[in-house]
Design a protein around this ligand. Structure first.
Ligand code: XUL
Length: 529
């Protein structure tokens, strides 16, 4: 039976998931940087920094984690000899800087030395800025200015210039250490760096992760010459080619064959970003299914049949690893806002459940809330506290029940309004994340979006997505695996109720009007999750 391996290189860990062609899980392991690799002094996956906003990690730590993760699986008695393909995903936007020794170091990987020892001489920058870095406000405005404004950058690359995106980070490196930049032969993303290591050769960047750089032109799927020029000199030569996510890089490096028992025929499929991989791992790779994850920030992903960009510049567009494009829209006031309401009112989660919500009508009789307790990014605004709209009585003396409903309805109404530009018709919303188990929350979302909501139980969607991508690229089929790995929790569906439609159409108008009345100054575009 064929086996498929998926790697998830996230902010705090490197995980591996081995599944068979029916989608049964054979093995999994996860190496946590803090507890398993304490010598790197990165308990949360990044190094301490004295520079405000700067967040870097040691790329050698990712390599040691990969070695440790695979060796632990082998030590547990798992055999890699049936692996036909490997793919993976990395935390998005992080960059790795390599000198001209890189191609040779890749060829010289051998079991006598660790990956980290072999690759160390190939680093032209000892640390990698990661997605949590918000220190490039200046570089973002320089890039924007050179191109004629944020919206022009968004139209080309899918996002306005964003501090954590790779382009502004590369520009900062060039400005701060131009000689090390000059010595840089290759700039990789976390994803393409690790794929290159596994293949033992310099690999490409895929459209999924490449679109998170503010450098890829989404219309022609090549590096955008003007964006590259505005970022740093000779940048196009330092970037690997950009390619479809289903590209096979070649077979596995002999290093992994000898050390961990992979067959020499195992193929490496281009790695992608964690969010694009998660889209696939949740079974939402084809248009028609939307994923909403309710977490610290709430996020909304959806496959898009053709490229379009957010006219307001709030959302992001990345390549969809199964072809076409996907959106990623983050709402910063996610569980933070729900928790605040819960705390301030002294209620528990049952107030958000169906029984609690039944105490008020859907649409709250036209009373609502702009539920931003702090700065928001969709829409971008320096909000400080929630804003109530509707009747005088509600604004002056709202009841607890009205406030709970107003917060939830405000969050989902904001999602409905801010995702209209996507023009996606969805058959079903796949809901995931902490708050997704709550039936009242799921029903409110179904009613406001006018779409059925299913709950997903998957917690390792990034690694699952990687196994599916490997099987799809090599075997042209992952249907059976999808059925077993991405099925929603049975019986979890909530249907939209027709009788709520009018109330929510009215609330939508009132919400938009209340939002338009807010002349909030734009805050810096900072880290989103
Ligand atoms: C997305 C983003 C994060 C990282 C880390 O734009 O910055 O989700 O991918 O998970």
């Amino acid at each position: 039976m064929d086996h498929w391996l998926g790697i998830d290189a996230s902010t705090q860990s490197v995980s591996a998931l081995l599944v068979d062609e029916k989608g049964a899980i054979i093995a999994k392991d996860s190496v946590n940087f803090g507890s398993d690799l304490p010598d790197y002094k990165a308990p949360q996956g990044f190094l301490e920094s004295s520079t405000p906003g700067e967040v870097h990690a040691d790329p050698l730590m990712w390599l040691d984690a990969l070695d440790l993760c695979l060796s632990r699986i082998v030590a547990a008695g798992v055999d890699f000899s049936n692996v036909r393909g490997i793919s993976g995903a990395g935390q998005q936007h992080g960059t790795v800087y390599l000198n001209e020794k890189w191609p040779n170091c890749l060829l010289q990987l051998d079991s006598e030395k660790s990956l980290a020892d072999r690759i160390k001489p190939a680093l032209s920058r000892s640390t990698s800025p990661i997605w949590m870095d918000v220190s490039t406000e200046m570089e973002c405005s320089e890039i924007s200015k050179a191109l004629g404004g944020d919206i022009e950058v968004c139209n080309r690359s899918g996002s306005v210039p964003i501090e954590r995106f790779s382009g502004p980070q590369i520009r900062k490196f060039f400005k701060e250490d131009s000689s090390a930049y000059k010595e840089t032969f290759r700039i990789h993303l976390v994803s393409s760096f690790l794929a290159s290591i596994l293949a033992g050769k310099d690999g490409p960047i895929d459209y999924g992760d490449g679109a998170g750089m503010n450098l890829l032109n989404l219309a022609d799927l090549g590096w955008d010459a003007e964006l590259c020029d505005a970022t740093a000199p000779d940048l196009v030569e330092k970037l690997p080619p950009c390619t479809a996510s289903q590209t096979i890089l070649g077979t596995i490096s002999p290093y992994f064959e000898k050390k961990y028992g992979f067959p020499s025929t195992a193929k490496i499929v281009a790695f992608t970003g964690d969010n694009p991989s998660s889209l696939i791992g949740m079974g939402a790779g084809s248009p028609g299914k939307i994923v909403i994850s309710l977490g610290t920030s709430d996020t909304f992903f959806a496959a898009m049949p053709s490229v379009r960009t957010d006219p307001n510049g709030f959302g992001h567009v990345f390549g969809n690893p199964f072809g076409g494009f996907m959106s990623l829209i983050c709402f910063r006031n996610g569980s933070l806002a729900r928790e605040k309401v819960k705390e301030q009112l002294g209620v528990d989660w049952s107030a958000f459940d169906e029984e609690g919500l039944e105490k008020t009508p859907s649409g709250n009789d036209g009373n609502g809330m702009i539920p931003f307790f702090g700065p928001e990014i969709t829409p971008r605004g320096d909000f400080q506290e929630p804003i109530l709209f509707g009747s005088k009585e509600f604004k002056q003396n709202p009841s607890q029940e009205q406030l709970v409903r107003a917060c939830l309805e405000g969050q989902f109404m904001n999602m409905r309004v801010q995702t209209k530009w996507l023009g996606v018709e969805s058959e079903v919303i796949l809901l995931t994340g902490g708050a997704s188990e709550n039936n009242g929350i799921a029903q409110t979302l179904a009613d406001i979006m006018g779409t059925a909501v299913d709950r997903l139980g998957t917690s390792s969607s990034v690694a699952i997505g990687a196994t599916l991508r490997a099987a799809e690229a090599i075997n042209q089929s992952s249907t059976r695996m999808q059925q077993s790995l991405c099925s929603p929790i049975s019986g979890s569906r909530r249907q939209p109720r027709n009788e709520t439609r009018n109330a929510y159409n009215l609330l939508s108008k009132a919400f938009k009007a209340a939002l338009q009345g807010q002349k909030s100054p734009l805050p810096p575009k900072s880290s989103e999750e």
